[in-house]
Design a protein around this ligand. Sequence first.
Ligand code: AQP
Length: 332
Amino acid sequence: RPRVLSGIQPTAGSFHLGNYLGAVRQWVALQDTHDAFYMVVDLHAITIPQDPAALRSNTRLAVAQLLAAGLDPERCTLFVQSHVPEHAQLAWVMNCLTGFGEAGRMTQFKDKSAKQGSDSTTVGLFTYPVLQVADILLYQADQVPVGGDQRQHVELTRDLAERFNGRFGHTFTVPAPYILKETAKILDLQDPAVKMSKSASTPKGLVNLLDDPKATAKKVKSAVTDTETVIRYDPEAKPGVSNLLTIMSVLTGTSVADLEKSYEGKMYGALKTDLAEVMVDFATPFKDRTQEYLDDPETLDSILAKGAEKARAVAAETLAQTYAKVGFLPAK
Ligand code: AQP
């Protein structure tokens, strides 16, 4: 079975619709066809300041949401990044292989650091993509299921894997991104020119899965569309409506073409009302299941302990090979 690896940050509390449709939904499907490793990336979270107690509880909350979304610890390896120290260890080796200019070209870093200003941008944020390289290479992943905003980081991973392999002999699998075209970029409901994002979206543009379902319905109903009246999929000319059609299509399993047919002659309000209902039907049980997992922290922690053990077995082997190739004297 090919192997997949991916991660999600615990920082925002609730996952948003972009996280779910762009990434987590694919993770669930890939459990049946791939050897799947999924993690909550708390090392990445501290690239911006975190309250320690909040980070701890958000990490458990992220795990609970992943289980509620359908990850099954019997069919995948689910763990917390900081439980596997090899991530930080391999990241150092990868940092020493990455050009300063190369890291500076990462668009996510450029965007985020421009917003924060240089005094509050940490070196950790700068090397965040390199930690991501280590995350992926440690597991010899063949594919990396992510949203479109992560494509450049997977490209960097490929470059560094090839560079290391070229310099020291074959060590790492060169991974490919696994990005579904339809859901690669779920858009902000209020500003369909940009992706839905926890840090950049306004509250009205961002649908958090754990929001009060009534608030979610309201956000969907006030989504920005356009001045036409035709319900038609055209991401260039009609990004707002196309975004709603995409979300509706994925959550109901109906093709966009069939949706277009069924809304022929109808107004935007009809689509929004139906989608609001679909969203509420999806989010309500998701929220309940998340709460059930949170109410049982012992089970959660034992899932994570087993996950970390399985992950470490793979990660430790890759790190040992890497250290040997680099020329580190083995500890006796
Ligand atoms: N709008 C999106 N459409 C499709 N996929 C998305 N992802 C994020 N936003 C969208 C994908 O979700 C996964 C987890 O991303 P993350 O760990 O970066 O989570 P986040 O920090 O909550 O995501 P944001 O909102 O994108 O954060 P900021 O605002 O900090 O940049 C990834 O696979 C990502 O591609």
